[in-house]
Design a binder for this molecule. Structure first.
Ligand code: GTP
Ligand code: MG
Length: 201
């Protein structure tokens, strides 16, 4: 009887953890976005964007939504760090790929990086949210339609996965809840293919 109660207790308290890998070129705004997402969901202030340094290792931020935990893994976007990204492919349930809309001159590089990412077998079928960032800025020179056109050119590589392009701002938080909710829903829909990690408390 005691073991039944204990089992029920741990079942009720268990959480399902989904891991979102946050990738993109250096200075596209990954860390700023994750800090803002945390703020949007918890109400707690994130790091001041002015104090955020380029990421060298790995930042992890967890957000609880009901019985689910979204684990954001934020990696550095510097070219030399792209090799490290691969170590996290097998454990992730979704990808947020950030594009800097203030730098249209590096869109081709961003898209090539994205294309290479999509060719990785470990990421087959994984839902992808492409976040066009910095739409708050007057220097944002990459219209959403152009970003979408560039993504659509890769239809054959992207294949039959769930993919959506979102306009966002890591400063104001615009679009971030919408994008995160979309990702959450897609990962849960896919739980039979890629099950969440069960965390017992
Ligand atoms: N205007 C504007 N600037 C932003 C926004 N998000 C980030 N930035 C700025 O962009 C720069 C890079 O931001 P980070 O969050 O460090 O970028 P990152 O992608 O994590 O960079 P790495 O860790 O080097 O890969 C900083 O100066 C940020 O303040 C945004 O939404 N709007
Ligand atoms: Mg960073």
């Amino acid at each position: 009887m005691i073991s039944l109660v204990t089992g029920l207790y741990s079942y009720i308290n268990q959480q399902h953890e989904y891991c979102i890998l946050t990738l993109g070129l250096a200075a596209s705004g990954k860390t700023t976005i994750i800090e803002k997402i945390k703020n949007v969901y918890t109400g707690k202030p994130g790091m001041d964007p002015a104090s955020i340094q380029p990421t060298i290792g790995l930042n992890i931020r967890n957000i609880n939504i009901g019985k689910h935990r979204l684990k954001f893994m934020d990696l550095g976007g510097d070219d030399e760090l792209h090799e490290i990204w691969k170590s996290y492919y097998t454990s992730c349930h979704g990808i947020m790929f950030i594009v800097d809309t203030c730098k249209p001159e590096i869109l081709t590089k961003a898209m090539t990086t994205f294309e290479n990412l999509m060719k990785s077998e470990e990421l087959d079928g994984i839902p992808v949210a492409i976040l066009g960032n910095k739409y708050d800025s007057e220097n944002s020179l990459l219209p959403l339609e152009i970003l979408k056109e560039n993504v659509n050119k890769m239809a054959d590589i992207v294949d039959n996965r769930s993919l959506h392009v979102f306009p966002v701002s890591g400063y104001t938080g615009d679009g971030l809840k919408y994008a995160t909710n979309w990702m959450h829903q897609r990962m849960v829909e896919r739980k039979d293919v890629k099950p969440p990690t069960i965390i017992k408390s």
